[in-house]
Design a protein around this ligand. Structure first.
Ligand SMILES: [Zn+2]
Length: 194
């Protein structure tokens, strides 16, 4: 089994995953490994810092969840997280943030929060397989070249570790990034029709 880090105990449970495909782990795993345990009584954080280093398959491709992505589904079913986060890294800022992504890739565009940190939805394949429309599932993307995005995403992840509910984390994002947060929620609602 892939290495897991388990911090804290009890509910709510959070699952953070990095190194989801290809060499992404090089840019994201250390950030996940740097996270501290939730405060006393604030539940559990399970980290899978490096799911795989095998050849890249998009999480939007069914084949992803038939190969190494199967382990994510197994972990979600086992842990039943209230907060699920993926940390990816990118080279193609324009492709991910293009509003036309919905027509090209059938998923909403990512929204830039600040310093190259993007927020968006996880793969609809995974969401439909494992979560209800009301669970908190977020995908963050940072550029491979890192820069200030690493510190910012680490701060965002830390706040997710200390939030005990979906709405607390959504409120936190909206308070810091009202415009971008609203847009991300709008994209999400339009996409899932909720
Ligand atoms: Zn990725």
């Amino acid at each position: 089994m892939t290495r897991r880090i388990i911090l804290g105990e009890g509910d709510p449970k959070r699952l953070f995953v990095g190194g989801l495909h290809g060499d992404e782990w090089r840019y994201t795993s250390a950030i996940l490994e740097s996270l501290d345990a939730p405060g006393a009584g604030a539940g559990t954080l399970v980290i899978i810092p490096k799911l795989t280093d095998q050849a890249y398959i998009s999480t939007l491709d069914d084949r992803y969840y038939e190969s190494y992505g199967r382990e994510i589904i197994a972990a979600i079913r086992e842990i039943n997280p209230a907060i699920y986060l993926e940390l990816h890294s990118y080279r193609d800022f324009d492709g991910l943030t293009d509003p036309g992504r919905i027509d090209r890739a059938f998923v909403p565009a990512y929204i830039e929060l600040e310093d190259g940190v993007l927020i968006g939805s996880i793969s609809p394949i995974l969401r439909r397989a494992c979560f209800s429309m009301h669970d908190l599932c977020i995908s963050f993307e940072i550029p491979e070249w890192g820069g200030r995005s690493r510190d910012l995403v680490a701060r965002l992840l830390k706040s997710a570790v200390n939030c005990v509910s979906r709405s607390e984390f959504v409120d936190f994002v909206l308070s810091r990034y009202p415009e971008q947060g609203r847009l991300a929620i709008e994209n999400y609602k339009r996409f899932y029709g909720v």
